[in-house]
Design a protein around this ligand. Structure first.
Ligand code: FES
Length: 252
C-alpha cells in the first residue's frame, strides 16, 4: 500500500474541527464539533454552531443548556473536555461558558432562575448568567467564549485552542482497489468521532461510513476514541469535496 499526496486538482479539504451541527443525527446526540484545518484558517479555533430552534430552553430569557463531548462521573467529565454552558440573558444576549468551576474543578450545572445562578455542587460557589462569580469559595469567573447570534436562530461560539488536527492522504491500494482517502488524527479516549462529507461549501455536512483498514468495506459510522492516532479510510465521494472528522456532542 502506498500513500501519495493528494493532487491539487483533486481538491479535497480536510477539516479537523470547527462547526457543530445541532441537527439530530442519532438519538440523544444532537451534533458534532469540527475544527477546520487549513493553512489560511486559524487552525486552533473550533467553531460551534447551534440552532436555537433545537434547544427549547434557549428560546426564553434565562434559559440554559449544558452540552459536552463525554459523560460526567463524580462531577467531572470522563474525558478531556468540560461541558459548555450556553445561557440566554434578556435582550437576545447569549453567554457560552466553560462549566469547569474555578474553585476546584467540579462541573457547574445549568443556570437556574430560582437561585439566579449556576451553583457548583461541590462547595456551593455561585456564578451569574454571564459567568461572574457571585459567591465563593470561587473568586474567578467561569471562562467565557466569544459568542455571536444572528438575531433569529444561529448561535456561533468560538472555542480557542482546540487540540485537534487531521492529516488526509490518498491511499493507492493497487489495481484491485479504488483509491481511498485516509484520515489520520489523534482520537482522544472517551470521545466519539464520525466522518462527514460535503461536495461543496453550500451543502450540509453528512455522515459517511468508513473502514478501519484500506481494504475493508466502509461500513462503520462511529469511532470510539483510543487515546492514540486513528486511521480511517473512506471511499472517495467524488473528485472534489470536503471531509471532516467530527466529535459528537450531546446534552450532559
Ligand atoms: Fe466548585 Fe469548589 S469546586 S465550589
Amino acid at each position: 500500500m502506498n500513500q501519495v499526496p493528494i493532487p491539487r486538482r483533486e481538491f479535497i479539504k480536510v477539516f479537523a474541527l470547527t462547526t457543530a451541527y445541532s441537527s439530530l443525527f442519532n438519538g440523544d446526540w444532537f451534533g458534532t464539533v469540527l475544527a477546520e484545518v487549513s493553512p489560511q484558517a486559524r487552525p486552533t479555533v473550533g467553531v460551534l454552531r447551534l440552532n436555537i430552534d433545537d434547544f427549547p430552553a434557549l428560546q426564553n430569557d434565562f434559559g440554559s443548556v449544558r452540552i459536552g463531548t463525554s459523560r460526567l462521573s463524580a462531577n467531572v467529565p470522563v474525558g478531556l473536555f468540560y461541558p459548555m454552558l450556553v445561557n440566554r440573558a434578556p435582550g437576545g444576549q447569549f453567554h457560552a461558558l466553560n462549566s469547569e468551576c474555578t474553585h476546584a474543578g467540579c462541573t457547574v450545572p445549568v443556570f437556574s432562575r430560582a437561585s439566579n445562578s449556576s451553583t457548583c455542587p461541590c462547595h456551593g460557589s455561585r456564578f451569574a448568567i454571564d459567568g461572574r462569580a457571585i459567591n465563593g469559595p470561587a473568586s474567578f469567573p467561569l471562562q467565557s467564549y466569544k459568542v455571536s447570534f444572528d438575531g433569529t436562530n444561529l448561535l456561533t461560539i468560538e472555542i480557542p485552542d482546540w487540540p485537534h488536527e487531521i492529516v488526509g492522504s490518498r491511499v493507492d491500494g493497487g489495481a484491485a482497489l479504488k483509491p481511498r482517502l485516509q484520515l489520520k488524527f489523534l482520537a482522544f479516549a472517551n470521545l466519539d468521532f464520525e466522518v462527514l462529507f460535503r461536495a461543496s461549501l453550500s451543502e450540509a455536512w453528512k455522515p459517511i461510513p468508513f473502514a478501519l483498514t484500506p481494504e475493508a468495506p466502509a461500513r462503520q459510522t462511529v469511532f470510539p476514541g483510543i487515546d492514540d492516532f486513528a486511521n480511517l479510510y473512506v471511499d472517495r465521494a467524488g473528485e472534489a469535496g470536503f471531509y471532516a472528522v467530527a466529535i459528537r456532542i450531546r446534552p450532559v
